[in-house]
Structure formats: structure tokens, C-alpha cells
Design a protein around this ligand. Structure first.
Ligand code: MG
Length: 383
């Protein structure tokens, strides 16, 4: 049984933050869409994830999902219902048997309820995450309570909504052009019985600016396990005309000697990140005895460490590198280095710090025999 999460992110909702559609607004420094993707990526029951996006947002999307293992996104349509249908049609050859249709603007999909929905699909066609209405309901008549509405038996539908793939595809094809408010309504119209599973109040939809603040508070409360670790590396000078430092090639009278590209800055930082999750050191993951890594670009070592942190549901809160050398001068290259490290780790540049110092001509760096680097990383993991 292949389970695919189809996440709808094609809307233009600008209500929350002005210029950017809300799914790309930062939530603790990472786009909301990335948080939603990560939640589904961490669920063992979900095999594939596909986003439906507005093609105008392709650059924003690519930046937001950097390094995440997702299916290629597909283009949405004019209305949400058109977007879902496009997404479903795109999955016909993917072997999907169960599908979870989810709104990207809900960054905290409840895993237990989702697993329950998927289990129900063994016997049934549809199950959705929803919450029973607890508040008394009033009908507004020009600011006056016109009527108290009986709330017994009323539920608020959330997403994800889970369906047998073929059943919901057929239902959506038949409902094309109609304006139905959610996928469950599309299913109901086709005569499909939709089961209700209790979701979570945390599974709210980010609609207003205060929802974004609430999402940040919630995220903080889920990522309370703060870890800091350090890394250190040295490479000696040898023949060459440039050195690679923090992913940037800098012209120099010498090169740095190493099995890979000898990027001390990225090596120290890779070790620091591995340290935050107790994942050993760079040599264990990329043995210098392995021919595969000869002359390798160190970007991939750092990206791998970042990936391991994310696999644990973690967020990189901050990284800090100190390069220790007399020459070359680091200052002029610092902005590019910050940008490059942020890009490799898919975090915002304001979470990256790069510093340089000399050792006052003392020791091996002072004698210009090589370059040393130390790094610190801080990550937040789920408790
Ligand atoms: Mg090294």
C-alpha cells in the first residue's frame, strides 16, 4: 500500500504577511511550507510527498524545500478544487493506493490521527481529521445573536483528509467545476462514506498574523531539546593557486592539502553539527580512505550533516565558524561565505556567523603553514 501526501500550497493568501504568500512566510526562520513538509517526512506511514504550487512561486518553493526528499511539485489551478484535481491526476502512475490531501497552511498535522485515518482506509474509502465543536454556536443577525444553533453532532473538518486514491480521483473528476469546500464534500457528493477521526487543536490553519505567532510559540514548545556542539579542523598549505574556505574559492599563493577540497571551515562545521546529534565525526561518514571522496566538494559533507539533523525532526538554530590564519584575508569574502553556508544548510543567512582571527604570528598558523578552523552549532530537537 503506497501512501502519498498531496499538500496544497497553490493559494495566494497574502492576508498574514503582505508581500509573500503565507506558505512561504518564515516560521522561526524557515518557510511555513518547509515545516509542513518536514512533518510529513518524519511520518513512517507516508511514502511520498507532492506539493501543488502556483508556478509563479517556483523559486520560492525550490528555496523552501532545499535538501528535502519530495516528488516534483505540480502546478495548481484557479481554485483549490482544481489544484487538488491536478495533483491527483499527476499521481496516476505513481502507484498510490491511499492519499492524504492536506492544506499547507496547517503546519502541525497530527500523526496519531493520520495513522488512524490510514488504518480506517483498509476497510473504508475515506476518513478525515476533524474536531467536535465545543463552543456554543450563535447565528449572527447584524451583530445580534439571532439564534443558538444546536452544536451536538457538529464537527469542524481539518486536513489531512484521507482517501482511497481511485475513489477520490473519480469523485473529483465528477465534481469538476462545482464549488465544494473540501475534499470530504467531494467524496460525500459521490456517495462515499467519510469517517471522522478526532484531530488536534494544534492542527490549526495559519490564516491571520496572530496564527503565525501561535505557530511559532507551538514550534518552540515542541523543539525544547537544545544542543550545542563544537568542531575543529586543520589543513596544511601546499602547492596551488587558491584555497576553498566555507565553500568559496579564494585566490592565494598556496592551496590547502587534503583528501577532499580541504575546506577547513566546512569540515569543522560538519563535525559540530554531527556533534549536536551524537553522530560521530566527518571521518566516519566520509572516510579519507575512500577514493570516492578524493577532491570532493565539502558542500556535500555539510549538507549530509544538516540532513541528519532534520531527519531527527531538528532545526538548525545557529552556526558559527572561526577561521584561524594570517593569510588569505577572510573579511572581503565573508558575505559570500555566509550566503553559501546558509544555502548548503537551507537556513536563513542571519543564522550563520563567520569570523576570522590570526594567532599573532605564533604557532603553525602564525608561521603560515596551514589554516585552522573551529565551529559551533546549535540545534533544536523535539523533546
Ligand atoms: Mg578536514
Amino acid at each position: 500500500m503506497t501512501v502519498t501526501a498531496l499538500i496544497v500550497a497553490a493559494g495566494r493568501g497574502l492576508r498574514v504577511g503582505g508581500e509573500l504568500p503565507k506558505q512561504y512566510l518564515p516560521l522561526l526562520g524557515e518557510p511555513l511550507l518547509r515545516h509542513t513538509a518536514r512533518h510529513f517526512l518524519s511520518m513512517p506511514a507516508v511514502d511520498h510527498i507532492r506539493f501543488v504550487i502556483n508556478p509563479d512561486d517556483r523559486d520560492l518553493y525550490d528555496q523552501a524545500v532545499l535538501g528535502l526528499d519530495l516528488l516534483e511539485p505540480v502546478a495548481g489551478g484557479a481554485e483549490r478544487q482544481d489544484s487538488v484535481l491536478n495533483g491527483l491526476e499527476s499521481l496516476i502512475d505513481q502507484g498510490t493506493s491511499k492519499i492524504l490531501i492536506h492544506d499547507c497552511a496547517r503546519p502541525f498535522p497530527p500523526e496519531d490521527a493520520i495513522n488512524q485515518c490510514l488504518k480506517i482506509l483498509d476497510e473504508a474509502q475515506a476518513a478525515i481529521v476533524a474536531m467536535p465543536v465545543a463552543d456554543t454556536l450563535k447565528r449572527d443577525q447584524s451583530g445580534i445573536c439571532g439564534e443558538t444553533v444546536e452544536r451536538a453532532g457538529l464537527w469542524r473538518a481539518q486536513t489531512p483528509q484521507a482517501f482511497r486514491f481511485q475513489a477520490i480521483l473519480n469523485a473529483h473528476r465528477e465534481a469538476k467545476g462545482l464549488k465544494l469546500t473540501d475534499d470530504a464534500a467531494v467524496a460525500e457528493r459521490a456517495g462515499i462514506k467519510v469517517h471522522l477521526v478526532t484531530g488536534s487543536e494544534d492542527n490549526f490553519k495559519v490564516t491571520n498574523p496572530e496564527d503565525l505567532a501561535r505557530a511559532e510559540r507551538l514550534l518552540m514548545s515542541k523543539l525544547m531539546d537544545v544542543r550545542c556542539a563544537g568542531g575543529f579542523d586543520v589543513h596544511k598549505f601546499g602547492p596551488g593557486s587558491f584555497v576553498t574556505l566555507c565553500g568559496i574559492e579564494i585566490p592565494h599563493s598556496h592551496g590547502l592539502v587534503g583528501h577532499s577540497d580541504a575546506d577547513v571551515g566546512l569540515h569543522a562545521l560538519t563535525d559540530a553539527l554531527l556533534g549536536t546529534i551524537g553522530a560521530g565525526d566527518i571521518g566516519q561518514h566520509f572516510p579519507p580512505t575512500d577514493e570516492k571522496w578524493r577532491g570532493a566538494n565539502s558542500d556535500q559533507f555539510l549538507a549530509h550533516a544538516g540532513h541528519l539533523v532534520r531527519q531527527k525532526g531538528g532545526m538548525i538554530a545557529h552556526v558559527d565558524i572561526t577561521l584561524i590564519c594570517e593569510r588569505p584575508k577572510v573579511g572581503p569574502h565573508r558575505p559570500k561565505m555566509v550566503e553559501r553556508v546558509a544555502q548548503i544548510l537551507a537556513i536563513s543567512p542571519d543564522r550563520v556567523s563567520i569570523k576570522a582571527t590570526t594567532t599573532e604570528e605564533l604557532g603553525f598558523t602564525g608561521r603560515r603553514e596551514g589554516i585552522a578552523a573551529q565551529a559551533q552549532a546549535t540545534v533544536r530537537l523535539p523533546l
